[in-house]
Design a protein around this ligand. Structure first.
Ligand SMILES: Nc1ncnc2c1ncn2[C@@H]1O[C@H](COP(=O)(O)OP(=O)(O)OP(=O)(O)O)[C@@H](O)[C@H]1O
Ligand SMILES: O=C([O-])CC(=O)C(=O)O
Ligand SMILES: [Ca+2]
Ligand SMILES: [Mn+2]
Length: 577
């Protein structure tokens, strides 16, 4: 087993090539170098000579080696003109939530959320072991496997040690970028990992195994603290698999885990950005005027916020230097570029090309963003921004929420999926995903919601709903709100000016909308203005309200927090019609 973190490559002097005597053996005529004007080399053999080329170093960042391995052995791996490693993730270009399995045992049966709406589809311990053996046997059959020993969570008191065993250099570089990279000293003392992933990549599970419904399986065993991946090479499964683990481990310590981006202003004001895939967490938390704490996964503890990861995973579709300069510049040597299309000669990437998938991605270490805050921790959040990409085009670009409304929208987790992050979804449709990440939570959504309400109340955070989706009619009729306008809206939230603006309440959803924001045309602030057909607007608004109501039905029977008062307030904070 060779370590992807770089302790591999043991030189074997004397093997392979014919020995050539060099200087020092004393025998004249056999020396490599006859020219007395230059100093002789110290090597005795050609192999030794070669071994001198590479200085011994602590096993940390073997990026060059991973590039070489990927390019040599993994079809579809190339260096693009910006220096990034372009890779293909194979048949899967998004996660496969239907193929996720969680071992149900005596403990998890009571602790986890099972059944309707839950992302946790059960499997038994025995079947887990069958799949584990299959993955391990496959990995052992390979000439080389990659091992990453890394950390999750920048909060020093709640750091988790993870080991990732994988078959591809691409996977090793991806996780190297996405997890927190240990220092050589930390790696030296790494010890036993708290959690291990065995990623067999393309090697499938056996479809005739109990609980399996396809040849892909992503299996989580909390008791063994292990995950097995079979039949998918989409690297996001590892990233989000570990996120699920954090959604189990952290709340047990009274720490809230969040599917959110996070940044901090020069004055130390922290904002969280919640939202489902493609709603703008990465794009909006990567802000040249603010410090980036993280783009996707965070913890909120009594000490403040901390990023779970050590890297970012940005969507690349239609990426432009002008609109997203920091992400553009982060795509350089060391970055993994997934499933992008590039010019065969110049190796220049065409970010508009969706030939392979719409879910093209770049994975880079967080320090590739110039104003990243390292270590990635910050004080308690001041603003909690809920992002929705409303394909119906009826939600206002921004509204101020009271606490019950914030909880209502957090539990609802609404968006209209636009791109194909989740396997098979290509056209936009309304999606409700509890806590803006139902695919990753392990316990009932109300558990996380109660923790969020408590923290927001305790630290006085303000909630906002920002629609980064359509205006002037639904998808196909209107168009997506300009990123430039959304950025101005977010600026006004950060600066505090929006908190004191004039507001009016909308019909049905009862959202407080401002009358003006600097840099944003006032007429777009109330979505009805953008619809030429007012009846169609009202009809669509009521349709969406109905979808919200249906979705929320399952939550009305659950108590959120310590008493029923909060639950009642939350339920009545939804649309009224
Ligand atoms: N008004 C807008 N606000 C935010 N993003 C926009 C807007 N208009 C277009 N976009 C595009 O939408 C995409 C938002 O994707 P982003 O990577 O930020 O998603 P995400 O919330 O981080 O999702 P994931 O959890 O899958 O990483 C980007 O490609 C961005 O350029
Ligand atoms: O998981 C992925 O592949 C991408 C992501 O961040 C999400 O879906 O939230
Ligand atoms: Ca993201
Ligand atoms: Mn995400």
């Amino acid at each position: 087993m060779e370590n992807g973190n770089g302790n591999g490559n043991v030189e074997m002097p004397g093997k392979g090539l014919t020995k050539i005597q060099t200087n020092g053996s004393g025998k004249k005529g056999n020396e490599v170098c006859h020219d007395d004007s230059s100093l002789p080399v110290k090597a005795q053999t050609i192999d030794e000579l070669h071994s001198l080329q590479k200085k011994k170093s602590a096993p940390t960042t073997p990026i060059t080696e991973l590039y070489e391995q990927a390019i040599k052995y993994e079809k579809g791996s190339f260096i693009t003109s910006n220096g990034a490693l372009a890779t293909l993730s194979g048949a899967k270009t998004g996660r496969a939530p239907r193929d996720k399995r969680v071992v149900k045992d005596e403990t998890t049966e009571d602790e986890l959320w099972w059944g309707k709406g839950s992302p946790n589809i059960e499997m038994d311990e025995h079947t887990f072991m069958v799949n584990r053996e299959r993955a391990v046997d496959y990995l052992n059959s390979l000439e080389k496997v990659f091992v990453n020993d890394q950390f999750l969570n920048w909060d020093p008191q709640n750091k988790i040690k993870v080991r990732i065993v994988s078959a591809r250099a691409y996977h090793s570089l991806f996780m190297h970028n996405m997890c927190i990279r240990p220092t050589p000293e930390e790696l030296e003392d790494f010890g036993t990992p708290d959690f291990t992933i065995y990623n067999a990549g393309k090697f499938p599970c056996n479809r005739y195994t109990h609980y399996m419904t396809s040849s892909t399986s992503i299996d989580l065993n909390l008791a063994r603290r292990e995950m097995v991946i079979l039949g998918t090479q989409y690297a996001g499964e590892m990233k989000k698999g570990l996120f699920s683990v954090m959604h189990y481990l952290m709340p047990k310590r009274q720490i809230l885990s969040l599917h959110s981006g996070c940044n901090m202003g020069k004055d130390g004001d922290v904002a969280l950005f919640f939202g489902l895939s493609g709603t703008g967490k990465t794009t909006l938390s990567t802000d040249h005027n603010r410090y980036l704490i993280g783009d996707d996964e965070h913890c909120w503890s009594d000490n403040g916020v901390s990023n779970i990861e050590g890297g970012c995973y940005a969507k690349c579709i239609d990426l432009s230097r002008e609109k997203e300069p920091d992400i553009w510049n982060a795509i350089k040597f060391g970055t993994v570029l997934e499933n992008v299309v590039f010019d065969e000669h110049t190796r220049e990437v065409d970010y508009t090309d969706k030939s392979v998938t719409e879910n093209t991605r770049a994975a880079y270490p967080i320090e590739f963003i110039p104003n990243a805050k390292i270590p990635c921790v910050g004080p308690h959040p001041k603003n909690v921004i809920l992002l929705a990409c409303d394909a119906f085009g009826v939600l206002p670009p921004v509204s101020k929420l009271n606490l019950p409304q914030t909880m209502y929208h957090f539990i609802s987790g609404y968006t209209a999926l636009v791109a194909g992050t989740v396997d098979g979804i290509k056209e936009p449709t309304a999606t409700f995903s509890a806590c803006f990440g139902a695919a990753f939570i392990m316990m009932h959504p109300t558990k996380y919601a109660a923790m969020l309400a408590e923290k927001m109340q305790k630290y006085g955070a303000t909630g906002w709903l920002v629609n980064t989706g359509w205006a002037g009619g639904r998808y196909g009729v209107g168009s997506r709100i300009k990123l430039q306008y959304t950025r101005k809206i977010i600026d006004a939230i950060h600066s505090g000016t929006l908190l004191n603006a004039n507001y009016k309440k909308t019909e049905v959803f009862g959202l407080e909308i401002p009358s003006e924001i600097e840099g944003v045309p006032s007429e777009i602030l109330d979505p009805i203005n953008a619809w030429p057909d007012k009846d169609a607007y009202k009809e669509t608004l009521l349709k969406l309200a109905g979808l919200f109501k249906n979705n929320f039905e399952v939550f009305t029977n659950y108590q959120i927090g310590k008493d029923n008062k909060l639950t009642e307030e939350i339920v009545s904070a939804g649309p009224i019609f």
